[in-house]
Design a protein around this ligand. Sequence first.
Ligand SMILES: N[C@@H](CCC(=O)N[C@@H](CS)C(=O)NCC(=O)O)C(=O)O
Length: 217
Amino acid sequence: MLKLCGFRISNYHNKVRLVLLERGIPFDEDATCTPKQSDEFLARTPMGKVPFLEIDGGRRLSESQVICEYLEEVYPEKRLLPKDPWERAKVRELVMHVELHMELVARRLYGPIFFKRGTLSEETGKAIEKDLAKGVRAFKALARFDPFIAGSALTLADCAAFVHLPLVSLATKLAFGGDCLEEVAQLKPYLKMLGERPAFRKVSDDRKAAQAAAQAK
Ligand SMILES: N[C@@H](CCC(=O)N[C@@H](CS)C(=O)NCC(=O)O)C(=O)O
């Protein structure tokens, strides 16, 4: 049995949860795992990050993309990576660009913006804006919106885009007063279209509920 460990506000946790739900793969979830640097937690996930997957209570796997690709190989139903090697690589390319050149860059804003942790110097802000502009340019060059970002079929790239891009938009709006993704005109209708799929709607509703519960605490 699979157990997904993390919390439902985490975009990376939600990416894996989305894949599991969309593909109809049965799983348990421990949604109370928050990142820690304790020895006990590091023994379960080596960077102290979430999500991680526990398999049959013993084996563990970290890194959301590695988990999604493991699920792809082990569960043949309703795959989210195309069979053709070129098309597969293009999906991975999109995921990599969204995560490495957009989400990870915007993530440097989350501490000061969302958690009042640290401050954002003008110099750092400018560097982030510059790097994000490159990421957005690359995304615009790669995303097909046909109607999915890698083409006519839903893929892992859509799961990544759905959880990460709204966060990138929000963080840049709050930090810089403007959404760095505003110029990608197809993005809003695309995210709305994805949000109408039951698995995507569920992950989104559960994230909002988890956020409301965290705020109430
Ligand atoms: N590359 C990792 C990123 C996971 C990640 O950054 N998770 C966040 C929560 S959304 C976390 O655990 N942060 C704690 C930390 O960075 O120490 C993945 O794809 O799983």
